[in-house]
Design a protein around this ligand. Structure first.
Ligand code: PYC
Length: 310
């Protein structure tokens, strides 16, 4: 087994682990095809990077790839402890900040492919990045779902590069001291959605649950985000903020260009606004990432957990 080198960063506390060497060859197919090959034939990369004993289960892995189109600068596949992501906002900020750290990007604007579309990332310098995300929209408003222990709960279903169910805090308290209660509620909501067969408009699973409320510390709102693998997002979640911005715009609560400051459960803030392009909502998310480690993963012969505790 080859050694794999990674560079770690965090964006508002949420880790991103960029593979810089040792990744398996995925051939020259489309990015979606390469994502499929990675999942089917080389999932060891994801499990080794994102699971114990090498990682915190909150880690999002990023594999930098050649773009499908010469019009784009790069392509990336994101993955986590559970599987593969369409897009990842904090991860995109982490990727660009890491490429700056490596001397491979200087301030400017870059077009980066993801399996769900092209995003534009603007590196401002010193790890500060604005991501103009894929088009985002609200699919359904005020969807009622039966949630065990909470009765009927209503929320919106929106796309921000992943599928989200956005629901108000039922009174648990959006504070990190309440993580257990928030996670319990969000997991119950997810089970309720699954049980009721409620999905996104493409039949996609709604695998991110965003619990929202007031911030109380100066931001416009605070969230708790349950990720697909049962972990919570330490950051305000870029794709979740995109989904929220789409809902705010559709409710007439923000105008194009108006800044919305979204705090995550640890208090880190992303700034977001929207622009309209051909009538579509394009969220722009700004945050900062910091590089934390350069690591070489070793796959020791005989180690039963060399590909992670699966
Ligand atoms: O920032 O979009 C995001 C994200 C998705 C999952 C974890 N972070």
């Amino acid at each position: 087994m080859e050694r794999v080198c990674v560079i770690d960063s965090h964006t508002a506390g949420e880790p991103t682990r960029l593979v810089v060497s040792g990744a398996p060859a995925l051939g020259g197919g489309s990015l979606r095809e390469r994502q499929r090959l990675l999942g089917e034939h080389a999932d060891w990369l994801r499990t080794s990077l994102c699971l114990e004993p090498r990682a915190s289960e909150a880690a999002v892995g990023a594999l930098l790839c050649e773009p499908d189109s010469a019009a784009n600068d790069a392509a990336v596949i994101f993955f986590n402890n559970n599987g593969y992501l369409g897009m990842c906002g904090h991860g995109m900020i982490g990727l660009v900040a890491t490429l700056e750290y490596m001397g491979r990007m200087t301030p400017g604007r870059y077009r980066i492919e993801t399996p769900v579309g092209v995003v534009q990332a603007t590196l401002h310098g010193r790890g500060r990045v604005t991501v103009a995300n894929v088009a985002s929209w609200r699919f359904r408003k005020e969807v009622a779902v039966e949630v065990e222990g909470y009765g009927v709960v209503t929320g919106d279903i929106a796309w921000g590069g992943n599928w989200f169910f956005l629901v108000d805090d039922p009174g648990i308290g959006l504070r990190k001291e309440r993580l257990e209660g928030l996670a319990g509620f969000a997991k119950a909501v997810r089970r309720g959605l699954e049980h009721a067969g409620i999905r996104g408009d493409d039949g996609g699973e709604i695998d991110h649950i965003e619990v929202l409320g007031e911030d109380g510390e100066g931001a416009d709102a605070r969230n708790f985000m349950l990720c697909p693998g049962g972990e919570y997002d330490r950051s305000p979640c870029g794709t979740g903020l995109s989904a929220k911005l789409a809902c705010l715009y559709e409710d007439g609560l923000i105008k194009p260009g108006e800044v919305w400051r979204q705090a995550g459960i640890l208090g880190g803030v992303f700034e977001g606004c929207i622009t309209l392009v051909d009538g579509k909502i394009i969220p722009e998310i700004t945050g900062v990432a910091f590089v934390t480690a350069e690591t070489e993963l070793v796959f020791s012969e005989g180690d039963p957990y060399r590909f992670g505790i699966c």
